[in-house]
Write a protein that binds this ligand. Structure first.
Ligand code: CP
Ligand code: NVA
Length: 306
């Protein structure tokens, strides 16, 4: 189907700008129903490995494989014990004999790199401590539904400089958006990822002022302050109120462009980074965004395996 066939997708920068465009075009076409009744992945199997919980990633990858004529096998870490029951290498060298691709949600990004190194089949990042690239495909599909041309678009990410912030920085290389990341001091995104993206021409600015970032933005994005795997830091993070002033609420949404939209990858920790009045606000597109996980991943699977 495309130059992406057989490749890994560990980061958004595994796509060239043209490949990114092709995947998003396919995602929009999938949503319009243009592939209905076709079974391009007939007989193909996706193994799904989860070291952490999931609603959206788990459901949308499985439904995506079904829609494309293939199917998915779910493997929780309690069953397979990555690196505990057996080495990641052996898991990769077993799975590649049975399945056509592996999607994994892991604590350590290096686990994905090990899976990719030892499996000849495509490995897809379903979230790591460093990045969440499939989420960004759905995010930009959603953004393009309101703003078809994302070049120069003002995107503001406010909150923790985590896997979502890092993935936004990488995707700015591909989308041409003008990205502002506002974090509290000490919670800035990954410096190496930022430097690489800037070198590749991304327009990214860091600030510690959430209101300045939100003011006039066409897209406002936030994510949880305590990511999966960081729960032991939770009380400290909450107590010292490092994130005071970073909550997305109706007052924050008043600051963005009048045609602007609000996105959140979900799950939401209500009362922390966001309030219900924001996800249910007329500017919110968070449930379209969740829907688009399905279309965007169908498109990705089609390009990697079709
Ligand atoms: N946004 C996202 O990845 O959701 P899940 O953690 O439910 O998969
Ligand atoms: N930053 C969050 C994203 C969840 C989809 C986490 O890693 O838990």
């Amino acid at each position: 189907v495309s130059s992406l066939k057989g490749r890994d997708f560990l980061s958004n920068l595994d796509l060239s700008p043209a490949e990114y465009r092709a995947v998003l075009d396919t995602a929009h076409a999938m949503k319009r129903g243009e592939f209905k009744g076709q079974r391009p992945l007939e007989g193909q199997t996706l193994a799904m490995i989860f070291e952490k919980p999931s609603l959206r990633t788990r459901t949308t990858f499985e439904v995506a494989m079904n829609h494309l004529g293939g199917h998915a096998v779910n493997l929780t870490n309690a069953e397979i014990g990555l690196g505990t029951r057996e080495p990641v290498r052996d898991i990769a060298m077993n799975l590649e004999r049975w399945v056509d691709a592996i999607m994994a949600r892991v604590y350590l990004h290096s686990t994905l790199e090990d899976l990719a190194q030892y499996s000849s089949k495509p490995v897809i990042n379903g979230l790591s401590d460093l990045l969440h690239p499939v989420q960004l495909l759905a995010d930009y599909q959603t953004i393009e539904e309101t703003f078809p041309d994302t070049r120069g678009l003002r995107v503001a990410y406010i909150g923790d400089g985590n896997n979502m912030a890092n993935a936004h920085i990488q995707t700015a290389v591909l989308s041409g958006a003008k990205l502002t990341i506002a974090t509290p001091r000490g919670y800035e995104p990954n410096a190496l990822i930022l430097m690489e993206a800037l070198k590749l021409g991304a327009d990214v600015t860091l600030t510690h002022d959430p209101k300045a970032a939100a003011e006039g933005a066409q897209v406002l994005y936030t994510d949880v302050w305590v990511s999966m795997g960081q729960e032991q830091e939770a009380s400290q993070r909450r107590k010292i109120k490092d994130f005071a002033g970073f909550q997305v609420n109706p007052a924050m949404l008043d600051l963005i462009d009048e045609d602007g939209i609000f996105l959140h990858c979900l799950p939401a920790h209500y009362g922390e980074e966001v309030v219900e009045e924001a996800t249910l606000h007329p500017k919110s597109r968070v449930f379209d965004q969740a829907e688009n996980r399905l279309h965007a991943q169908k498109a990705l699977l089609y390009h990697l395996l079709g």
